[in-house]
Structure formats: C-alpha cells, structure tokens
Design a protein around this ligand. Structure first.
Ligand code: KIV
Ligand code: ZN
Length: 540
C-alpha cells in the first residue's frame, strides 16, 4: 500500500485479534458478514485471520479474500508467524484478493526471546530477514511486526526493523502487545524509530496495542503525532484480555479533533480533508453487527458506540442541549450513522422491504435464510406492534449462528409458578437427523431448560454467564439472552432473542453448545502462544 504521510490508514483486526477474545469465535458466515460491513465502512486493510491456525481459519480467509478483496476494496491480510509453513499458507489464503498482504511477526523483547523463543538477538534478526524475504517472494505487500515492541530495547528494535525493511517489508508494525506503554513513551518510541532506522522512509510505520491499562487509543494518537500512519484496531475494541485499540474511538478522535492533528500530518490546521478513509456513518451499524455476532456486549458508557454515549439524561444537560447542542455534545449522532432506533417495519411489510432493510443493516442472507428470517419476522409482528432495527438485528444475528449447528432446538416447554417444581421438556434435532427429547427439574425454568439440554448434549461445561436484556422498550419487547459456557478453560458464547425469555435462553444455550462442539473439533492454534515446530524454523 502506497506510503502517504498525510493520511492515516485504518487496519482492522476484528476478525483476527478481535476473534482471539475469549468466547468471541465466529463461524464462516459471520466472518463474511463482518468483512463485508468492514468494506462498507471503508477500512483500508482487513486482517481476516490466521490461516495456519486450522483448515476452517484458512478457508475463512480465502473466502473473504475472494468475496471482499475486489480491486477497489480493502487489502486483505493474513497473519503468519515467522515460519515458512505459516507464510506459505497465508499467501495461498489471501491469493484470491486483488490487493493482498502477508503480515508476519516475531517477538523482539528480551523476555520473549529468553522464555518463549529461546533464541538470541542475532538469531531473531536473521529469522526476520529470511522470513520477510520469503513472504516478499510471494506477495508485494509485506507487513512485519516486532511482537512486544513496547517492552523491547529500542536500539535492538532499530536493528530488527532495518533488517526487515532491507528484506522487503513495506509496513513495520510496532505492537504494545501487553498494553504496558504510556502515551509519551509510545510517542517517543515511534519518534526514535523515525530518527534511528536509516531505511524507514521505505515503509509505513504502523501501531498495534492492547488496552490493559486503558491507554491504547491515547498511545496511538501520540504515535500518529510522531509519524505512525497505520493504526491496527478492532470494532468495539474487542480483543485479547482488555481488548485492542478501538476503531471507532480512533477514527472519531481524528475526525472531531482534525484541526489539532492536521499540522502533525503536514497540513493546514483548518484543512477539512478527512484524516482517514473511513465512512463514519457506517460506524454504529458496524458496532452493532460485531456485538451481535460475537455476543460481546458493548458497555453502555462506551465512548462513541455505547447506548449512553448520546443520551442526555440529566436535566441540566437536556436544557443546554435543547438550547444549543454544542453545549454538551461534541459529536453529532448522525456522524456515526446513529439515527433513532427506527421503527422500520410492520405487520404488513413485504419480503423485499424486509430484505432491503436487513441489507442496509449489514446482513445479506441467502434464499433459505431469508425465508426463515422472514417467517420469524412475521411471527414477531403478530406479537409485537412495532418492529425496530434492533428487533431485526436480534432476529438475524441468532440465525447467523446456525450454519454449523450440531443441534437445532425443536421444542421447549416449561411449567413453573408458585407451589410448582420448575420443569422443562426440550427436543433437539441433531445434524445426523436424530430427534432427542429430555425433561429436567431445576431451581427455575431457565435452570430446568439448561439441565435438560445438558443431559442431551453430554458435553461437560460450566455456565459462567447468563445475562438478559430487553432489545427495545415496552412490555412486548424481545428479551436478548447471552450465555457463556466454559469447557476445558475455553469460553463459548451463544445469544438469542425472543419475546419469551425462556425460549431465548434455550436457544442461546443451544447456540453456545454448538460453538463448543465446533470449537472442540476445530482446536485452532493461537498465533502468539503456540510455538513454531522446530522443523518449521528457518535454518541458520
Ligand atoms: O499484540 C500483538 O503483538 C499482536 C501481533 C501478532 C501483531 O497481535
Ligand atoms: Zn495483538
């Protein structure tokens, strides 16, 4: 990707680092839906996954490359450890994209060299040069990351970066892998790289950072002031541990405070030219889509996309906002595409209006899925007077969790009340055509349902989260249930919505069970935690 000192590139890693969040794993359909929405958001680069992790991950990157990697679309990137097998798989997976990138990395901090890689500094420099050159022999666009750069000796970092650029890297990424840096430190790390790496003019400087101390966005903004021109971030800031730098916060900071940042990019302070290529009006929709599909709920007070970010609850604020919005509002809600939660459809709406509204919300369903979703919509419209965008999202997002389903919920029935022992009967159909029924007694109706489902699925798990929230206001609102199950230390989420919260709970539990069963089969490699097999390492 061409280097442009006056423009900040947005590299979205929701589908790679974001998907590494506990319990956020996505299936192929979900990944495709998110990638398509990221393209509408106009991010510059989509990191679509880690192809070497498993055949499923490889396939997802390849499908995204084919479907979203159009000539005028985003660059499609895959992650690869600095090892031949990883890099080769990555090149094959991104091949269908018109614009493709291999992102390869190796750790550079002494703590990682000593305890994880068991390599000397000289060995890591040699591996970097050899693996970047190999990647560059396969694609023109190669990004190299110095994992744990935030805790690496800057002088050693300069040496590794120089070797990577000499071997053909076109982007150099500086990750604060453990979220340890503070803004001034991170800014001077980038400034130092700009001064001390002799060939740095041949590469774009990128930053990547985790939010362990809540400083990721602040660190990135300081990095921009010091020459970083690519920001690696995720929608809603999802990612390992405390997450990654959040895309919407970065983009909106650069948008709202453009006059402040302009001079650092060599522009007039008053220039109205956007600093990023992102279409801000797609931000809210993208945030909802990612939250719905990953089951990672956005905290209400989250900057930019939280439910309260534009709510002026206190009387004094409302009075000021009514007189002049600027008294308490620095972002117009419409800038991020936040219209009122629209009453979009009603009982009489037809199939094409239904499909058009879903497409506008980022969901494009094939014929069968559309039929099923439309039937659910009609059913809901019989029970609920006004159907809002949030209701539609709730209908289709739990449907999007179905494609690789081992179990389908066919029936759930409960009897509960005062002086009754809550009892549930559930019927599941399985992917091999069997029909299974079980009844159980619980402390409440939801517990009874979960117990019955567990005795059918027979996969040991622990319920670690059960949350219910209403999708919209009103007594006829749908209840949205999110469930997280833990199995062998790994979390699996499921969510579902229904006007009956016991049904929603049963469906959410089945969705989580399906992910659990699929996850047991998939067992992908973690790019940063699994070591490269010795046979894969370059010969020195
Ligand atoms: O946090 C990190 O260091 C990473 C790298 C693989 C870029 O995610
Ligand atoms: Zn990361």
């Amino acid at each position: 990707m061409a280097k442009d000192p006056g423009r900040v590139l947005i590299f979205d890693t929701t589908l790679r680092d974001g998907e590494q969040s506990p319990g956020a794993s996505l299936n192929l359909e979900e990944k495709l839906a998110i990638a398509q929405q990221l393209a509408r958001l106009r991010v510059d680069i989509i990191e679509a996954g880690f192809p070497f992790a498993s055949p499923g991950d490889f396939n997802a990157v390849q499908r995204i490359a084919a479907a979203v990697g159009t000539p005028d679309g985003p660059v499609i990137c895959g992650l690869a450890r600095a090892a031949r097998g990883d890099i080769k798989a990555c090149a094959e997976a991104v091949a269908p994209a018109a614009n493709r990138r291999i992102h390869t990395f190796i750790a550079t901090s002494d703590i990682h060299l000593e305890h994880k890689l068991r390599k000397s500094r000289a060995e890591v420099v040699a591996i970097t040069a050899e693996m970047v050159a190999y990647a560059r022999s396969l694609v023109d666009d190669v990004e190299f990351s110095c994992e744990d750069a935030g805790r690496s000796d800057p002088h050693y970092l300069y040496e590794v970066i120089e070797a990577a650029i000499a071997a053909g890297a076109t982007t150099i990424n500086i990750p604060d892998t453990v979220g340890y840096a503070t803004p001034a430190e991170f800014g001077s790390l980038i400034a130092g790289i700009n001064v001390h790496v002799p060939n740095i003019d041949q590469a774009v400087i990128s930053v990547h950072g985790h939010n362990d101390l809540g400083l990721a966005v602040a660190n990135f903004l300081e990095a921009v002031k010091n020459g970083a021109r690519q920001l690696e971030c995720t929608i809603n800031g999802i990612g390992e541990r405390a997450g990654n730098a959040s895309l919407e916060e970065l983009v909106m900071a650069l948008h709202v405070r453009r006059a402040y940042f302009n001079p650092f990019l060599g522009r007039e302070a008053g220039s109205s030219e956007p600093l990023t290529g992102v279409r801000t009006e797609e931000i809210y929709k993208t945030s909802r889509l990612v939250s719905n599909l990953t089951g990672m709920v956005v905290q209400p007070n989250k900057a930019i996309v939280g439910a309260n970010a534009f709510a002026h609850e206190s009387g004094i604020h409302q009075d000021g906002v009514l007189k002049n919005r600027l008294t308490y509002e620095i972002v117009d809600a419409r800038t991020i595409g936040l219209a009122d939660n629209r009453i979009s459809l009603g009982k009489l709406s037809g199939r094409s209006a239904f499909r058009a509204r879903l497409e506008d919300l980022g969901y494009s369903l094939d014929r069968d899925d559309l039929d099923e979703a439309f039937a659910r919509f009609k059913e809901l419209a019989d029970r609920k007077r006004e159907i809002t965008d949030r209701d539609l999202e709730a209908i289709v997002s739990d449907q999007a969790q179905q494609p690789e389903a081992r179990y389908v919920l066919k029936l759930v029935q409960v009897s509960t009340g005062t002086n009754l022992r809550p009892t549930a009967t559930v019927t599941l159909t399985t992917s091999d055509g069997a029909e299974l029924t079980e009844a159980a007694i619980g402390t409440g109706p939801v517990d009874a349902v979960c117990q019955a489902l567990n005795s059918l699925a027979r996969v040991p798990n622990e319920l670690v989260e059960f949350s219910v929230k209403s999708v919209t206001g009103g007594i006829d609102a749908m209840g949205e249930v999110t469930i997280r199950l833990r199995h062998q230390g790994v979390l699996y989420a499921g969510h579902a919505a229904d006007t009956d919260i016991v049904v929603a709970a049963a469906q959410a539990f089945v969705n989580a069970l399906n992910r659990l069963v699929h996850g047991m089969e998939r067992q992908p490699l973690h790019p940063q935690m699994a070591s490269v097999p010795v046979a894969e390492l370059p010969r020195l």
